[in-house]
Design a binder for this molecule. Structure first.
Ligand code: NOJ
Length: 585
């Protein structure tokens, strides 16, 4: 093996082996982990009411295991007001009756662990439902009440905030999550206390108006604004303890960690991010002491701060990551970045921003944890959407996702190419834009796709199997299916740790000619080459090499990808929409 380094190619970026000094108790299983995310209302319905539940998930664990993944992350399963898909929590300590009971969670964890799978829940520390007992008591017991300082109340708000409230109502869109930060307390529909006055006329929201912000304090409180408390005020301190209690409760049931919703939203007025980083470092120290080996996954979108701040992983979020957006957003959405996404068959995209962004974030965070890329999630369109709708396109993206450093997440159903259906109703705060990625899992080619015994019109959201093609049953028996290709990629990642979460990553193709994208995974002695061609046109790339003593061994390909030694090196030919993983011999 003697591939010459192309270190002079402009824009090339080498990133080194990661996470040597990850948090004290980051468990070893993370090093090769692949996660599978499950939207619990849509995975498997065991009681025939058209909504998924925990016994349903348990009944499908063998399937999850068969994918080869290591861990599951589930969106919130707690008692909820169901105005935001479970992210409006009424009681953090109880499972919502639609999903079963707390003992079902214990059973899920036991059954998952028996199969070698880890289970992570979703922690939503930034807000509750306005129907939670905490909020009801906070709103009605006055400023001295037990929970008053858990939330942020004001009696007067600015004219701009008042105008926003008015506009929200005039638009007939009281749930609008963009207009106004303050919500009239009366909107929560809680009976007025005997005093005839709520604790404050307005409360601060964190997302939808029905989600009052929890009060972790202000980094630099303004003494003229009575609601701005310092980080170490009694309310914020009590809340930190409360969050630890909640985590402890679920850790004691055996869960392996949490994905943390809007992790950066907790501390207000925190420009330099010190306040929020300290908060999570404090949580981390506590976990390291009391629950070593449990993991924290941030929904933060800023690995450079989230990982040193105490998280084991952080997602690159589309809205914070122009580079991830540049390569992944379907034609319609990518208008925002001026042209088609890289993973489109038009072949007009680019990956330069992504390489720069990923390398930069990686360098700054690699000693602390992992960057997480994902196929989609309950907020973000599935892969199969807009112009990206053929098996070879999905396989090309999966080749990328499952050969990148970091901890990859697969959104349930993406492994069978489930379609992001447009025009669905908004269900429980999903808005149309998120409904398409939350539809029921498609198990077989029956009218409810084997998801439920309810009538098809009673399902949580409608299904679309494309005549049965987009189901587990059909793809299970097709050796060329997206399902079996995804399994093969996950196996490859586990069999060759250099392709997994911590190997070096280096783009070697020329960024000014972005098709194909060729990168290397290595540790200095072992080397792998990944070649991706999402475009419809055939392309080739010559890997400069001393032809006499190096060659490529094809490990896995999507399409008829070939490699041949020539005088100039090793020529890799990729037909339209194809991908391959090679080992350098
Ligand atoms: C992010 C979650 O992913 C999303 O589904 C939710 O609506 C908001 N946070 C509010 O919790």
């Amino acid at each position: 093996m003697n591939i010459k380094k192309l270190s002079l190619i402009a824009g090339m970026a080498l990133i080194g082996a990661s996470a040597g000094m990850a948090h004290k108790t980051t468990p070893d299983w993370i090093k090769t982990a692949v996660f599978y995310d499950i939207y619990p209302s849509s995975f498997m319905d065991s009681d025939g009411n058209g909504i998924g539940d925990i016994p349903g998930i348990i009944s499908r664990l063998d399937y999850v295991k068969s994918l080869g993944v290591d861990a599951i992350w589930m969106n919130p399963i707690y008692k909820s007001g169901w105005f935001d898909g479970g992210y409006d929590i009424i009681d953090y300590y109880s499972v919502d009756p639609r999903f079963g009971t707390n003992s079902d969670v214990r059973r899920l964890v036991d059954e998952a662990h028996k199969r070698g799978l880890k289970v992570c829940l979703d922690l939503v520390p930034g807000h509750t439902s306005n129907q939670s007992e905490w909020f009801k008591r906070a709103a009605t017991e006055g400023p001295e009440g037990r929970y008053a300082d858990y939330y942020i109340f004001a009696d007067e708000i600015s004219p701009k905030d008042s105008a926003d409230i008015k506009k929200r109502h005039q638009l007939g869109d009281p749930d609008n999550s963009k207009l106004g930060l303050w919500v009239p307390t009366a909107e929560a529909g809680i009976p007025l206390p005997e005093s005839g006055k709520y604790t404050g006329n307005f409360y601060l929201r964190n997302y939808y108006p029905c989600q009052p912000a929890l009060n972790f304090g202000y980094a630099k409180p303004d003494s003229k604004k009575s609601w701005q408390q310092p980080l170490d005020a009694p309310g914020p301190k009590a809340l930190r303890r409360e969050m630890k209690n909640i985590m402890a409760y679920w850790f004691d049931q055996g869960v392996d960690g949490f994905r943390v919703d809007m992790a950066a939203s907790l501390v207000r007025g925190d420009k330099d991010k010190k306040g929020i980083m300290n908060l999570w470092e404090d949580m981390r120290d506590w976990i390291d002491r009391e629950y070593p080996g449990k993991v924290l996954i941030a929904e933060w979108g800023d690995p450079e701060h989230a990982l040193p701040g105490g998280f084991d992983m952080d997602f690159l979020l589309i809205h914070n990551s122009p580079g991830f957006k540049q390569i992944t957003r379907g034609t319609e959405r990518s208008k925002a970045v001026g042209k088609d996404a890289y993973f489109e068959k038009t072949g007009t995209g680019a990956y330069d921003k992504f390489v720069k962004e990923f390398s930069d974030q990686y360098q700054k965070s690699k000693d602390y944890g992992y960057i997480s890329l994902f196929s989609a999630n309950h907020d973000i369109n599935r892969l199969n959407s807009e112009g990206r709708d053929t098996p070879d396109q999905i396989k090309t993206f999966m080749t990328f996702l499952l050969t990148m450093p970091g901890v990859p997440f697969i959104h349930y159903g993406d492994e069978i190419m489930m379609r992001n259906v447009k025009g669905l109703p908004s269900v429980e705060g999903s808005r149309e834009e998120r409904s398409g990625t939350r539809t029921p899992m498609q198990w077989d080619n029956t009218p409810t796709a084997g998801f439920s015994t309810a009538a098809p019109e009673k399902l949580y959201l409608p299904i679309y199997t494309d005549g049965g093609k987009l189901t587990v049953e059909v793809q299970e028996n097709d050796p060329n299916s997206v399902l079996n290709f995804t399994r093969a990629l996950i196996k490859l990642r586990h069999d060759h740790p250099m392709l997994a979460n911590a190997g070096n990553w280096e783009t070697i193709s020329d960024q000014s000619k972005p098709y194909p994208w060729v990168y290397e995974r290595s540790n200095g002695t072992e080397r792998y080459i990944v070649a991706l061609n999402p475009g419809a046109k055939a392309v080739s790339y010559t890997l400069p090499a001393e032809a006499s003593d190096s060659d490529l061994e094809l490990l896995l390909a999507n399409g008829k990808v070939t490699s041949k030694k020539t005088k100039k090196g090793i020529e890799i030919k990729l037909p339209g929409v194809s991908s391959a993983v090679f080992k350098v011999k």
